[in-house]
Structure formats: structure tokens, C-alpha cells
Design a protein around this ligand. Structure first.
Ligand SMILES: Nc1ncnc2c1ncn2[C@@H]1O[C@H](COP(=O)(O)OP(=O)(O)O)[C@@H](O)[C@H]1O
Ligand SMILES: N[C@@H](CCC(=O)OP(=O)(O)O)C(=O)O
Length: 259
């Protein structure tokens, strides 16, 4: 393992944690936790930013009568978040580790007291060897206090904690020169932050709960974080050993570095 890596923020998107029928995938979650345990043994702390609460709520509640989009998100996430944590808590415990839930809204990153509180909470958990599992507090974050998506939350956490790497795990192997399913598209291994790669972004047809981000927002976040000297990756969360391989500097996914 690279000796200069001590802290890694890993963000895992809804699409990684679910199958095409929007059901939570236990084996994927387990493989993520296994890798966190491998890094833990090497004294590398992982802060996990996990999406999935809305889809986990939908899996339980199915269709609901509420029409208002914001209230639907509040209801689904409130039911789904403890469900996600139940999965994580059990799996992390199976690996002999401990985890904690840290929910936040954008206001918690405002400079001053809010930000200091956030730092104290994360640093406290990390100092006890506890794995923080973060998500947006979707039950209370509305309009002004909302993150654009969890990619933004992950980036803010990486900056807050002075992380050595940010790894954004999605359902694609990285950034492609076109649609990932097109035969002509090629993966881009490395992006320098001044390069115009936004032209490669394809439109998406996601429905409610299947994540908020999209590739455009991922690129913005990846470039912004890399510009703060935190090397950032977009990689496939369903690929075995992906986090450990990235920490070992293997050529995996798309790496974003400052020019
Ligand atoms: N040029 C591109 N290269 C790779 N993926 C792309 C590209 N353009 C659009 N995408 C889409 O971006 C999606 C990943 O972003 P997103 O849906 O936000 O994932 P997540 O739920 O993991 O946050 C992929 O499923 C892929 O179809
Ligand atoms: N906070 C929401 C996810 C929002 C989000 O950014 O989703 P994604 O684009 O899949 O990372 C949830 O837990 O369902």
C-alpha cells in the first residue's frame, strides 16, 4: 500500500447498490465493507458516503399516495436510511469493525460553528477507529440546505477531513468518450482539470430514487476536488477490489489530477 495514503473518502452511488429492479444488493455492499476492512488493517481510514436511502424506502413502501415530490423524498428516505444502516451495521460488525451514521445538510458545512462541529464529529469517530457512513439528511434537507447530490457531499467531506483520495463509485468503469455502452466509446484513464471532458457527457433517463447526480455533476465535483490537491477517481463500484486497487495506484477508472 502507498505509505502516503492515510485517509480515503469513498462515495457509493445508488446504481452501485441496486440491481435493475431497484433492489439492494447485499453482495455488493459486503464487498465494499470487505475492502474497508482490508484498508483498516493497513491503518488507512475510510469514510463512506453512501446513497441509497430513497430507493431502500421505495423497496419497502412501494407506491405511495403522496404526490408532492419533496415529501415523497422525505418519506422514502426516512424509511430507507435506517434500512441501509441496518445492512451496513450488520456487515461491518461481521468484519469485526464498528460504524456510525453521520447525516448532514449543506448548512452543516457553513464555516464557523457548524463546520467545526462536523470536523469534531468525524475526527472523534476516526480517532476511535469507527467507520463513518455519511449520507445527506434527506428527511430535513430541502431547497437551500440541499446538496446538489451526494457527489458534492463527498467532496465537502474530503476537503473537511483533508483526505488523500476521493473515490466516486458508480455503475460505469469511469469517464468514456461517449455512451459507456457504445462500442466506439473508450475509457479515459486520466483527466487534467483544465481539459474539456464535459463534451463527453451523455443525457440520462433516471427515475425517482435512482440517484440525483449524473455524469456532469461528477465531473464538476471530481475536477473541483482535484484542484484542491485531492486526487479523485470515478470508477465502477461493482468491480471486485476496486477501492484497494486504487489505493495501490493501479490503473483503474478515471483519475482526475490538477494540471
Ligand atoms: N461519458 C460518459 N462516460 C461514462 N458514463 C456516462 C457518460 N455520460 C453519461 N454517463 C452516465 O453516467 C451514469 C453515472 O452517473 P450517475 O447516474 O450519477 O451515477 P450514481 O448513481 O452512481 O451517482 C452512468 O450510468 C452513465 O450511463
Ligand atoms: N441521498 C440520496 C441520494 C442522492 C444522490 O446523490 O444519489 P446518487 O446520484 O445515486 O449518488 C439517497 O440516499 O437516496
Amino acid at each position: 500500500m502507498s505509505k502516503d495514503i492515510k485517509r480515503v473518502v469513498v462515495k457509493v452511488g445508488t446504481n452501485v447498490l441496486t440491481n435493475k429492479d431497484n433492489r439492494i444488493l447485499g453482495p455488493v455492499l459486503r464487498e465494499l465493507v470487505r475492502q474497508i476492512a482490508v484498508l483498516h488493517e493497513e491503518d488507512i481510514s475510510v469514510i463512506l458516503v453512501s446513497s441509497g436511502s430513497v430507493i431502500a424506502g421505495k423497496e419497502v413502501l412501494g407506491d405511495i399516495a403522496i404526490k408532492d415530490k419533496s415529501i415523497r423524498r422525505q418519506v422514502y428516505s426516512s424509511v430507507g436510511q435506517p434500512r441501509m444502516m441496518h445492512h451496513y451495521y450488520k456487515t461491518v460488525h461481521d468484519y469485526g469493525l464498528r460504524c456510525a451514521q453521520v447525516l448532514a445538510t449543506k448548512r452543516d458545512f457553513d464555516s464557523g460553528k457548524h463546520r467545526d462541529n462536523m470536523i469534531n464529529c468525524y475526527e472523534g469517530l476516526l480517532s476511535e477507529g469507527i467507520i463513518p457512513i455519511a449520507n445527506e439528511d434527506d428527511a430535513v434537507s430541502l431547497t437551500m440546505s440541499m446538496f446538489s447530490d451526494n457527489d458534492e457531499l463527498a467532496s465537502l467531506v474530503a476537503e473537511l477531513l483533508d483526505a488523500d483520495r476521493l473515490i466516486i463509485l458508480s455503475d460505469t468503469d469511469g469517464l468514456y468518450t461517449g455512451h459507456p455502452d457504445d462500442d466506439d466509446s473508450e475509457i479515459i484513464n486520466e483527466v487534467k482539470t483544465h481539459e474539456n471532458v464535459e463534451k463527453y457527457v451523455q443525457s440520462s433517463e433516471k427515475v425517482e430514487g435512482e440517484g440525483r447526480g449524473g455524469m456532469a455533476s461528477k465531473l464538476k465535483v471530481a475536477k473541483g476536488t482535484a484542484n484542491k490537491d485531492i486526487t479523485t477517481y470515478i470508477a465502477n463500484g461493482k468491480r471486485e477490489n476496486v477501492i484497494v486497487d486504487i489505493v495501490n495506484d493501479k490503473e483503474v477508472g478515471t483519475k482526475f489530477i490538477t494540471a
